[in-house]
Design a protein around this ligand. Structure first.
Ligand SMILES: C[S@@+](CC[C@H](N)C(=O)[O-])C[C@H]1O[C@@H](n2cnc3c(N)ncnc32)[C@H](O)[C@@H]1O
Length: 273
């Protein structure tokens, strides 16, 4: 009750960051990871980040992602390149039970390509074609100037999700060290580790020694509103071979933990206060 009252105050007067914390931005599942990516990019000295929606359909999600990117740039100074991947003609045929055909079928979710292209801002692009063909070509265009910082997967099928994850197999410098991955379709009743996006993730983890996708660490305990479904759908790709995750990467300043029981602080900590 008190949090709902506080939300009204945040909605009226809060900063963008406070609105993300209170789940007041439409599509919290995009607002949180995009701000997370911007914060990480800033910490490591990047100026721009690439964010991707796999499965665009009518484009409401992609346009929302663009709006959130704009607001995040205003709040953090980090610029975004936004890409939306889709056949442009709706769902392809399902391969078998693993694609959850009881929920999704060929031809679902068409797109008006022309109108959507016109409506997109100039930092966003549609990549039309089967993901099996478009992702390998797109991977070759990634650069370390704008590493991949967030991937939203909303392609419904196991077979399509498996192909989207190819995006996470490139050179380590083409990613932030931790990339939030949103799995939209793990909420349908037929989803389990042997079907749909969860099966694609399981196989990705089995096939890649230094890249692992896992539920986003301690996300529920960090959120103010803990019962929203997007928390369960938020995963992270860990780029374990990223240079920033190597012991060779030295950080300044050196960390130390004071001990109040013997009234001890390291010399640096004491000098600073
Ligand atoms: C549920 S819709 C996406 C909805 C959208 N993210 C939104 O929030 O409005 C799923 C989309 O995935 C696309 N898709 C599925 N498999 C694909 C594949 N192999 N290649 C390209 N697009 C695919 C379909 O064309 C469909 O438009």
């Amino acid at each position: 009750m008190h949090l709902n009252l506080l939300s009204v105050f945040v909605a009226l007067f809060g900063s963008y960051r406070a609105k993300v914390d209170f789940d007041l931005v439409v599509r919290q599942q995009y607002a949180f990871p995009i701000l997370y990516a911007a914060d990480m990019a800033k910490r490591y000295g990047y100026k721009a980040v690439t964010i991707i929606e796999f499965g665009v359909a009518g484009g409401a999600g992609l346009m929302n992602m663009c709006e959130i990117a704009k607001r995040t740039t205003k709040a953090t100074g980090i610029e975004f390149r936004v890409f939306g991947f889709d056949t442009g003609t709706g769902m392809p045929p399902a391969i078998d039970y693993r694609d959850l055909p009881e929920s999704f079928q060929a031809g679902d979710f068409p797109m008006d390509q022309e109108r959507l292209r016109e409506a997109l801002p100039d930092f966003a692009e549609l990549v039309i074609g089967d993901i099996a063909d478009t992702v390998p070509a797109f991977c070759k265009t990634l650069t370390e100037d704008a590493p991949v910082g967030f991937v939203a997967i909303d392609v419904d099928y196991y077979s399509s999700a498996k192909k989207t994850l190819e995006i996470l197999k490139g050179a380590p410098e083409h990613y932030l060290p931790i990339v939030p991955v949103y799995l939209d379709d793990i909420g349908v009743d037929g989803s389990n580790p042997w079907t749909g996006e969860l099966l694609a993730v399981k196989e990705f983890n089995e096939e890649n020694a230094l890249r692992k996708i896992a539920p986003f660490t301690l996300l529920r305990s960090q959120r103010i509103f803990k019962n929203t479904q997007w928390i369960d759908r938020m995963f992270a790709a860990h780029i374990h071979d990223h240079a920033l995750r190597s012991p060779e990467n030295k950080r300044e300043p050196q960390r130390s933990l004071p001990n109040e029981y013997i009234n001890w602080r390291s010399k640096d900590t004491a000098d600073a206060s």
